[in-house]
Design a protein around this ligand. Structure first.
Ligand code: IPE
Ligand code: IPE
Ligand code: MG
Length: 249
């Protein structure tokens, strides 16, 4: 039986965030170079999108490249950027056919022009779709995002557009690159690493964290469904007691 059949379709998370990690180790295990590992990882992205669509998830955020990843060897950074451009071009038709909408978050100004051009084209092309929204975090880091939000809030206070008293959780949300997108209820990280690596620090405040030893290129649709099932077995208490939650049901 597939994990898909075990999923309670009425209780799937609205938003799942994924740190796809382990491409380099996968490549080393297969005696190839890191770039081949990244290429293999593309198939897992396709599978995650398919799985999220099948499960009825509304938002899927994938961490594709962090601010810190700019510190990798130049050859790898360039290979990742050109892989991205090729994938965006090659996948547009399929994503459109599957009614997928795309958003990009991250430090746009740090990206090569070619990446900006191709991703902009793809975002525009898919903008009317209303199926799964894929949010690609590209040259993204949560601290960068939070600092940006703080700067914009400070500027708006200075201009008199808002007052200090207006600053609330909700207002802060609206200054983030994920404004109007619900927080992820589930965060999946592959490759056995158990850290957030500067990913969605604000938005993941109450997310359930799921870590799997599988390396990203080995992560299948079935693995994605297993993570959803695992999520559905958890009791999300939000500071309350188990008894309180049972009374509410
Ligand atoms: C994840 O795989 C992809 C990116 C960070 C771009 P890694 O490249 O981090 O793979 P490992 O962690 O070295 O195995
Ligand atoms: C996090 O993976 C970033 C992405 C998946 C894009 P890394 O492999 O770069 O994270 P660290 O450096 O091991 O924490
Ligand atoms: Mg890694």
């Amino acid at each position: 039986m597939s994990f898909f059949d075990t999923i309670d379709k009425a209780k799937v998370p609205q938003h799942v965030a994924v740190i796809m990690d382990g491409n380099g180790r996968w490549a080393a295990q297969h005696g190839t170079d890191r770039i081949f590992g990244h290429q293999q990882g593309v198939e897992s992205v396709r599978n995650a999108i398919k799985a999220a669509t099948r499960a009825g998830i509304k938002y899927l955020t994938i961490y594709a490249f962090s601010t810190e990843n700019w510190n990798r060897p130049r050859f790898e950074v360039e290979a990742l950027m050109s892989l991205l451009v090729n994938v965006v071009k090659a996948e547009a038709d399929e994503l459109d056919k599957n009614n997928v909408c795309l958003k990009i978050i991250g430090d746009r100004d740090s990206l090569p022009k070619k990446v900006i051009k191709e991703t902009d084209k793809m975002v525009a092309r898919l903008s009317k779709n209303n199926g799964l929204t894929v949010i690609m975090a590209l040259s993204y880091s949560a601290r960068w995002e939070i600092i940006n939000a703080v700067k914009s809030i400070a500027a708006d206070v200075k201009k008199g557009k808002i007052s200090t008293e207006d600053i609330s959780h909700e207002l802060f949300d609206s200054y983030l690159s994920t404004a109007n997108i619900p927080d992820p209820e589930l965060m999946i990280r592959t490759s056995g690493e158990r850290r957030l690596s500067n990913f969605l620090l604000w938005q993941l405040a109450y997310a359930e964290l799921y870590f799997t030893p599988k390396l990203w290129p080995d992560f299948t649709e079935e693995d994605f469904f297993e993570a959803i099932c695992n999520f559905q077995q958890r009791e999300r208490r939000f500071g309350m007691t188990s008894e309180q939650l049972k009374k509410r049901m």
